[in-house]
Design a protein. Structure first.
Length: 538
């Protein structure tokens, strides 16, 4: 009912045009019938008063600035309409008895547009319409029929008013809910729009190439970096993650098959993390490190697959330059050191009385040669592996013999547990080097009087080698980087413990070359345990 005036005005004011118009229309229809059937009624005082009051009520509603006085005062208009019905009915009730039904219209307005107290006014108005003839006649009905004629209209009007009020309350409650929901929807839409704008800005700002695939394998989202990568891979579908013909393995020459490309693997459930590829033609290749993941709802319903790739060419080239430099320097240093050690063996130190001096030279030369060997191993990447079936217990005993003298010199107790034979297909020399490095690391980071233990066992599918110490331990942050090349734990630097940060990196390279894993568990100040898992012989 409120569509003709501004919604920010009170309901009763907002509803005036629609509430008064039907009433005026009813009065006009009545006037037409009176003119056609009983024009002499126009001369009756009551009928004239009714018409005049109808005009007055309408002008009041239109001309008075009700918002200034308060919308409750507008109740005078429907009350005047009730009085209008009473006088019109008094003038023509014998000819048009149904004219009293006009009272329903102002009563509905009172019930719908005002507070509950207006219902009482509506009931009083209905009684006034029915009771005006009694007042004029100066008497009351003497039988049930007479009382029915007087009370039936007020009773029916009261029922209609209450029903209208209840319906109005329900309608307004629904309207408030709709307004609230509309506000929430507008807010949600605005937030979604903001999130979309933020997401698109982030997508187009990051250097990483991001592609999102639907479950059917179609690219539904990609950023500028991804599209640039797709051009370099000569992709027919505009995707660098699948159907790309210029994607190479880490050796830069082996083409990656279409079914083995990162997006195709991810859509089969084979997720990839940190895989390095080379993309582009022979003269203009770039290294990317790519990862994939599944996008799903909270319920687990899959929405698609996301692939992220970052251009790491400068980093890879810097590492290659560093490794090349280290390899060159190491080779240049190893040759003269080997000669020095060889010629030291020809010197009769005891005869010349320089035994101690020659021993110091030899010991330091051997140490430098060991460092150079580690540098060369670190630059070789994954070492070549020649596997044979062998008992890991024998390898452990050999490493233990090598480390025992060093442990005794440092005041460290070292023990081994290899009761059961554990047969694995490994490269004995490479595994022995890895265990030597783990033992050397444990001894180096143990306090005098501490202990180091070495054990080998199996869990049915893997051989499990553990090296444990009760030394200075590692922080959680250092544990995440402990296998990185040239990484030195903070406490080792503070305690001036010698080393280059290569031993554990070599361990990881050897273990990974055997399709195994190496992990560390440590508590700062309490010690560390390194666990190597290697596949058993099938």
């Amino acid at each position: 009912m409120g569509g003709l005036v501004p919604m920010d005005r009170p309901p009763s004011i907002r509803e005036f045009p629609l509430a008064q118009a039907p009433f005026l229309a009813g009065v006009a229809v009545l006037l037409g019938f009176v003119l056609a059937g009983r024009p002499e009624a126009l001369l009756e005082t009551g009928f004239q008063v009714g018409l005049g009051l109808a005009v007055v009520a309408t002008l009041l509603g239109l001309l008075v600035p009700w918002p200034r006085f308060g919308h409750e005062w507008l109740v005078m208009v429907p009350l005047l309409d009730v009085v209008v019905v009473a006088f019109l009915r008094d003038g023509v009730r014998d000819t048009f008895p149904a004219v009293g039904m006009l009272v329903v219209l102002p009563v509905l307005w009172l019930a719908y547009g005002f507070a509950w107290w207006a219902l009482g006014l509506a009931l009083v108005g209905a009684v006034f319409v029915s009771g005006l003839p009694l007042v004029q006649a100066g008497g009351f009905p003497t039988d049930a029929v007479g009382w029915g004629a007087v009370l039936l209209l007020p009773i029916i009007t009261a029922f209609i008013a209450v029903a209208a009020r209840i319906a109005a309350n329900a309608l307004r409650a629904q309207q408030r809910e709709v307004v609230a929901v509309s506000g929430e929807l507008r807010t949600a839409l605005l937030e979604a729009t903001d999130r979309q704008a933020t997401f698109e800005a982030v997508m187009e700002t990051v250097d990483a190439g991001i592609e999102l695939y639907n479950p059917q394998g179609e690219v539904i989202l990609s950023n500028a970096a991804a599209r640039a990568l797709a051009l370099r891979t000569d992709s027919a579908t505009g995707s660098y993650g699948r159907d790309a013909s210029l994607v190479f393995d880490v050796d830069r020459t082996t083409l990656v098959a279409l079914d083995d490309q990162i997006a195709a693997r991810a859509m089969r459930g084979d997720l990839v993390a940190g895989r390095v590829y080379w993309v582009g033609g022979d003269d203009d290749q770039s290294a990317i490190i790519a990862s994939s993941g599944v996008v799903e709802r909270e319920s687990g319903y899959p929405l698609g697959t996301v692939v992220v790739a970052t251009d790491v060419t400068p980093l890879v080239e810097a590492i290659a330059v560093r490794d090349g430099f280290l390899a060159t320097v190491s080779h240049e240093l190893r040759t003269p050191l080997t000669s020095i050690i060889g010629y030291l063996g020809l010197i009769d130190a005891e005869k010349l009385g320089i035994t101690m001096e020659v021993s110091v030279i030899e010991r330091n030369a051997e140490r430098l040669l060991s460092v150079i060997a580690q540098l060369l191993s670190a630059t070789e990447g994954q070492p070549p592996i020649h596997r044979v079936d062998c008992d890991l217990g024998g390898i452990l005993r050999s490493s233990l013999g090598t480390a025992r003298q060093r442990a005794q010199s440092a005041g460290i107790t070292i023990s081994a547990h290899d009761d059961a034979a554990v047969i694995a297909r490994v490269d004995p020399l490479a595994i022995e080097q890895a265990i030597d490095n783990l033992l050397a690391n444990a001894i180096k980071f143990s306090r005098p009087g501490g202990s180091v233990s070495l054990s080998v066992d199996h869990d049915g599918t893997h051989a499990v080698v553990r090296v444990a110490d009760d030394g200075i331990g590692l922080s959680a942050e250092d544990q995440r980087q402990v296998f990185d090349r040239f990484f030195r734990a903070r406490n080792s630097t503070e305690l001036a413990i010698p080393g280059m940060g290569l031993g554990l990196a070599i361990v990881r390279a050897v273990v990974h070359a055997h399709q195994g894993t190496v992990q560390v568990s440590s508590v700062l100040g309490e010690g560390s345990t390194f666990t190597v898992r290697l596949p058993l012989v099938s």
